[in-house]
Structures are given as C-alpha cells and as structure tokens.
Design a protein around this ligand. Structure first.
Ligand SMILES: N[C@@H](CCC(=O)N[C@@H](CS)C(=O)NCC(=O)O)C(=O)O
Length: 255
C-alpha cells in the first residue's frame, strides 16, 4: 500500500525545506501541508506545539528535521540519506550543519538594522508565507519586527557568536562549507548525496528562487557551483516548497 506522507510547515523555514529535500531525493510522493505561523492550531493542533517541520507517515508523526532523515531511512531504505557505514561521520558533520550553517538563516534577523532594504526583505518573506496561508495585512507589515522578536530565533543565539558580524559569519561558514565539500563529489567526500547536501542546497537556492536575492552569489565559487548543480540534479525544479506564485526564478536563470 502506498504510504500517506505529509510534511507540515512554511517555506520560509530552512528546516522544512530540508525535510522536503529528503523526501524529494528519496522520490517519495508527499503532500506539503502549509502552516500559518500565526494560526498553527489549524494544521498542527493534533500534534500539539508550534514547531515545524512535522513529518507524518500514515498514523505516526515526528518533529526534528535531522531525525526525519534517519526515520525515512528506516521506513524507506532506498536512496539512503545516512548510510549506516558512514553514520558517525555524517552525524558529526550534521552537527555543524545544524549549529553553524543553518544558523546563517537567522543571524541577520537578529541584527539591529532598520534599513528599508531589510524591511523589503522581510516583507517579501511575509509574502512568501502569505502565498500559501494568507496573512492579515497588519501581520505582513509587522513581519520585520515579528521575526526579530521571535523567541525561537533568540534561543538560537546560544549557537552564535554575537560578537562576530553577520558578514564575517557568512564568510566563515561558507569557507567551512567549501572545506566540507573538499574534493567532493558530495559533502564529506561521499560518492552519493546524503542528508548533509540535501540540508544545505535548498537554503542556498531559496533566496534567488523567490526573488530575495538578485544573484546566486554562491555561484561565484566554482567548487560550490558545480556541487550545487550536482545536488540539484536530484531535486525538482522547485525544491524549496514555496508556492509557485512566489517563485520568480529557477536554477536555469543562474546558468
Ligand atoms: N531543530 C528543529 C528546529 C525547527 C525550528 O526551529 N523550526 C522553527 C521554524 S524555522 C519553528 O517552528 N519555530 C516556531 C516554534 O518553535 O514555535 C528541526 O531541525 O526541525
């Protein structure tokens, strides 16, 4: 029997995009259930709590995106996200993905910066959420403040060195990423993509695909460009779970 797989969450969450990429890579058909971050009860009520992503397979469900990779491998061993023979190394690098790389998505939100440029960025993020779950206009207007004050983002400070500027953090983490890819072809030197590549690539594409960024800046580093193209080959044209209405570009526009 075909399993019923549902992924609950909003496209602006890197963790939701990460679990989405796991499902795409494993070629598992699933339903994306968009969650309104200000009315989570509507969709997440039966799970309790507000954190996304939630992955539901038939009558079981789990939180925590990295656990999703292991759970999916247990249930659907084909195209492993974390092959048993490399598990230790993968989980060690995954710690870096969770505590360094994914923190990049939130670091900028914590900056004291009231520039119009920043407001436009956050308004566009609100529009991306709203494309799936319409938000009241006052919520969309207040999005820059709402995100800046979100308790779960403040809790992430424990994984950040707040004395390091956002720009320095970006430069450092991207250099670390290049180090982890090394000679490739995939992160950790593995011959096939793993949960590590799939956790990262959707994040690097999201801003460009949804119009937050004009250029796919990471393409300036040839080793990153080749690696992204390799990983994206396993993913659909829109791998970021944004509503098609919010998609303004695809990878072809960067080539
Ligand atoms: N460690 C979790 C982190 C998930 C997470 O922080 N999700 C955020 C969205 S980006 C969230 O749901 N925040 C609202 C909340 O926690 O109530 C994972 O990997 O799934």
């Amino acid at each position: 029997m075909t399993p019923s797989i549902k992924l609950y969450g909003y496209a602006t969450s890197p963790y939701v995009r990460k679990t989405g990429a796991f499902l795409y890579y494993k070629k598992l058909p699933f339903t994306h259930v968009p969650v309104n971050p200000f009315a989570t009860e509507d969709t997440l009520g039966k799970f309790g709590g507000t954190q996304v992503p939630v992955l539901e397979i038939d009558d079981e469900w789990r939180r925590e995106s990295s656990d999703h990779a292991l759970w999916l491998d247990e249930k659907f061993p084909e195209r492993p996200l974390c092959p048993a023979e490399h598990r230790e190394k993968i989980l060690e690098i995954d710690d870096w993905v969770s505590h360094s790389f994914l923190m990049l998505n939130f670091r900028g939100a914590l900056d004291e910066d009231d520039s119009l440029q920043r407001r436009f960025r956050f308004w566009r993020l609100a529009a991306i959420v709203s494309a799936h779950t319409p938000l009241p206009e006052e919520v969309r207007n207040q999005w820059p403040e709402l995100v800046q004050n979100a308790p779960f983002i403040h809790a992430m400070k424990q994984h950040m060195n707040m004395h390091e500027s956002t720009r320095d953090m970006q430069t450092r983490v991207m250099a670390e990423l290049i180090g982890h890819i090394g000679e490739g072809p995939y992160i950790g030197g593995f011959a096939q993509p793993t949960m590590l590549d799939l956790a990262i690539v959707p994040q690097l594409l999201f801003g460009f695909f949804t119009g937050l960024e004009e250029k796919l800046a990471v393409f300036q580093a040839p080793s990153l460009k080749d690696w992204i193209i390799r990983v994206a080959g396993y993913l659909p044209e829109n791998p970021v779970l944004a509503h098609n209405m919010a998609m303004v570009r695809t990878l072809k526009d960067a080539l």
